[in-house]
Write a protein that binds this ligand. Structure first.
Ligand SMILES: [Zn+2]
Length: 295
């Protein structure tokens, strides 16, 4: 009897420990990691769209609604990435602090996607691939954490400064490496147009099969045009992405007679054991993979 009581006590411990932490929900794994970096031990972060999953076409489940209802801070990217967010917040009884990590960044416009009836260019939501813009993400997430948990202000501020310094270090390194490569060689092709901000920051010309969202299908005509462009411009750096369909890219590389140079982590981290288990690793791995192909 004594033994089972002890077991019961042990079982109740983790729940107690978790309840003491600030419950945070992140829309997808990349901003989830940033919230974890800045929040440290004070927070318990759950990402709705997990590693290797596609945040564009995600469909929240009733379990996700429940997770959001129980949280006190919701960290999103904003900039139109989470098209499913309105439905989710409406369905949940979430009354906490909402953070749009990308709010206030200088946005990049992506050309209108084929087949879209909007008649205007779309904002490119993938700003996390530019470490300079990530400094804005860090400021926004930190402000949200402090608003939801004012007692943690000193901790959050200190951890944010440490994280910001690491992000800057990666940016300085990448800028130096890319600058050493002739501009004419700085070209790459990916499945969907997720690396525009990276390209803008380091002077890389980008081609992509799909637009800034993975929702729209690429047309046969579009692919044929790309094959010509890849040959003409002698693009040698072609990459798969961890969360999108690889078939189209494989067809294109066959037709254009180019080799796939590796896999980039576009809109999601890898699993923790993989090469892009957190934001800093994701950035470093992507840059190394690109450098290897264009050098
Ligand atoms: Zn994307």
């Amino acid at each position: 009897m004594k033994k089972s009581l002890f077991g019961l006590l042990l079982l109740s411990l983790p729940a107690f420990a978790l309840a003491a932490k600030l419950p945070v929900v992140a829309s997808f794994s990349i901003v989830g990691d940033m919230a974890r970096e800045i929040g440290g031990d004070r927070v318990d972060v759950v990402s709705l769209v997990g590693p290797d999953q596609d945040a564009h076409v995600f469909q929240p489940s009733p379990a996700d609604v429940k997770k959001l209802s129980a949280s006190r801070l919701f960290v999103t990217n904003g900039l139109g990435l989470e098209g499913w967010m309105g439905r989710l917040t409406k369905a949940s009884s979430f009354r906490g602090v909402l953070v749009e990590a990308g709010k206030g960044i200088k946005t990049r416009m992506a050309p209108e996607e084929e087949g879209e009836a909007h008649g205007h260019d779309a904002v490119d939501p993938h700003a996390w691939h530019d470490p300079q813009r990530v400094q804005v993400y860090i400021r926004n997430i930190t402000a949200g954490l402090i608003k939801a948990d004012p007692q943690g202000k000193a901790d959050y501020t200190r951890r944010a400064a440490e994280f910001a310094a690491k992000v800057k270090q990666q940016d300085d390194w990448a800028a130096k490496e890319f600058a050493a490569i002739p501009a004419a060689k700085r070209k790459m092709l990916t499945s969907h147009d997720a690396f525009g901000y990276l390209g803008e920051r380091y002077g890389i010309k980008l081609l992509a099969i799909q637009g800034v969202s993975t929702e729209a299908e690429a047309s046969a005509k579009g692919v044929a045009q790309l094959v010509r462009q890849v040959r003409q411009e002698k693009v040698s750096a072609v990459f798969m992405e961890n969360m999108t369909d690889k078939r189209l890219l494989e067809q294109l590389t066959r037709e254009a007679k180019v080799k796939i140079g590796g896999e980039l982590y576009a809109d999601a981290l890898s699993k923790p054991s993989g090469p892009a288990g957190d934001y800093l690793k994701l950035f470093h791995y992507n840059v190394e993979t690109i450098l290897k192909s264009i050098r």
